[in-house]
Design a protein around this ligand. Structure first.
Ligand code: PGA
Length: 251
């Protein structure tokens, strides 16, 4: 059976106590524990909560990750968090290139590629987010944008031969937090295009595709037919444990 991944991107929605309540509920839920035997659950809280969650999350197949990292290894970079700290805390994955970070911090593809390189060296799976805006989609540039966003990442993956899973999350900007999701046909075409782009890379078999943007228990069934998909990156719907559980159950 192909393992499915459910990554909760908690953004800045959960203060510490809500995160503790969430993991308490999750740990006490026997039905959920049984479910997660066949699925991988990833939780990306804000940085200050990682250490606590990593120590206290005892469910099988449940991993903790970060929402971003610095592109630098060490140094005078106030406010940034380095991959070595993440690795020492036991982080298994890290989201990079999220459209909110690209937007608020003006992050460029080169920085995202540098982060990817540091994460791979630290044995942390990157979740590389890519996606076009509504205007770019209307203008017919979807494939070009996705191709461009991946070029510098591919330069790094060209020389990477380890077995660590590498995730590419297609998150169209117009779908994030809006309740809108792309048509199924569009997604099938996009994931098959992405699949064709990665097939020559040495790590092709370890590359896993995720979809993110307005996932909820009401629309999760729409993704069942997309065979190239290994899982989901879930924002708002991942903060409420019961909603998150329904998504995991129904897919
Ligand atoms: P959303 O966010 O599920 O709230 O749309 C997804 C994401 O930003 O990763």
């Amino acid at each position: 059976m192909i393992q499915k991944y459910y990554f909760a991107n908690w953004k800045m929605f959960q203060p510490l106590q809500s995160s503790i309540d969430f993991i308490d509920q999750m740990s006490e839920d026997i039905a959920f524990s049984a479910l997660s035997l066949h699925k991988v659950i990833g939780i990306a809280p804000s940085y200050e909560q990682i250490y606590y969650l990593q120590k206290n999350l005892k469910i099988t197949n449940c991993i903790v990750g970060a929402q971003d990292c610095s592109e630098h290894l060490f140094g005078a970079y106030t406010g940034q968090v380095g991959v070595q700290s993440l690795a020492e805390m036991g982080v298994s994955f890290c989201i990079i290139g999220h459209s909110e970070v690209r937007h608020y911090l003006g992050q460029q593809d080169l920085s995202i590629a540098l982060k990817c390189k540091l994460l791979l060296a630290a044995n942390i799976s990157p979740i590389i987010c890519i996606g076009e805006s509504l205007q770019q989609k209307k203008d017919g540039y979807t494939f070009q944008i996705l191709y461009d966003q991946l070029q510098q990442i591919f330069d790094i993956l060209q020389n990477y031969y380890e077995d660590l899973p590498v995730f590419i999350a297609y998150e169209p900007i117009y779908a994030i937090g809006t309740g809108v999701i792309p048509e199924q046909d569009e997604l099938i075409q996009i994931f098959s295009f992405l699949q064709s782009l990665v097939k020559e890379l040495p790590v092709a078999k370890n590359i896993k595709f995720l979809y993110g943007g307005s996932i909820s228990h009401k629309n999760i069934a729409c993704f069942a037919e997309i065979t190239d998909l290994s899982g989901f990156l879930i924002g708002k719907s991942s903060i409420d444990f019961q909603e998150f559980k329904k998504i995991v159950e129904l897919s």
